[in-house]
Design a protein around this ligand. Sequence first.
Ligand code: GLV
Length: 330
Amino acid sequence: MNSSITRPNILVARRIFPEGIERLEAICDIDYVDQIEPLTKVELSERLKDKDGALVTGSERIDADTLKDAKALKIISNIAVGFNNFDVDAFNQKGIIGTNTPDVLTDTTADMGFALLMAISRRLSEAERWLRDGQWHHWEMGRMLGVDIHHSTLGIMGMGRIGQAIAKRGLAFGMNVIYYNRKPLSKDLEQACQATYVDKETLLKNADHVMLVMPYSADSHHFIGAKELAMMKSTATLVNIARGGIVDDNALVEALQRNQIFGAGLDVYEGEPKLHPGLLDLPNVVLAPHIGSATEKTRYSMMNLAIDNLLAGLAGEKPKTMINPEIWGK
Ligand code: GLV
């Protein structure tokens, strides 16, 4: 441990598992926000003033304003792989380390992408609502007809770790996998996923199922809007397990109302936890409350990796999954 800090003073900005608090208590003095509601921006910045480190979730927005009075802060550890809640330039200006939780959630989140893909393609939510409603009296030839997943074309937008894990699931279903990414994968990785790089328009026009797995940034804001939805097949599904804001929810609701595409499976929303009200009335959408990484094993792994990162940073060691390695050693 850095000799200038004997017992670091940290903020835990949201309720975590008790085992995490026990680990941290052995080493740190904790200002624990033991609640599921996020702090307001003003409260967050007030609480960060005297802290050496902080553990936050993907819904704590940390920017220059939040950090302005934080004099001692060395590290903020995000319990999420996506870190669009961090203004990395503001971190770099103050020499604050930022960390995230990649790898440990890759397969769990890929499973969720597939769960939404299967649920919307086979109309599971709609069928269950209908059944619970007492409407099932006869077998019917044309009842709840879906679209096939097996041997169809899966189009993945964003071919990072999670995108690649989804591609491998697609292969097991005999799917033809195409993908779009800022950069094509190396030939080795492409071969491991048996995936073919195409441009955005080719993917939208050819995919039977479009899966969004890219990070959110100013560049990917409304990456899927009215124009892109119009390019998709009328039998295609759209799944978003990435971030709200990548899809223009207004355009999506309109497209779904007109049955312009077959349906959508969504785990993330613009302005969540608020939802576009139109989504709730649509039969052709499966809605999940941002639970892509939510299995017990994975959430513990994320918490423990975030704590490892925090403790390493406080001890003057390089955290395992640092998002701004460019400031290390400066
Ligand atoms: C969840 O959305 C994450 O980024 O981990």
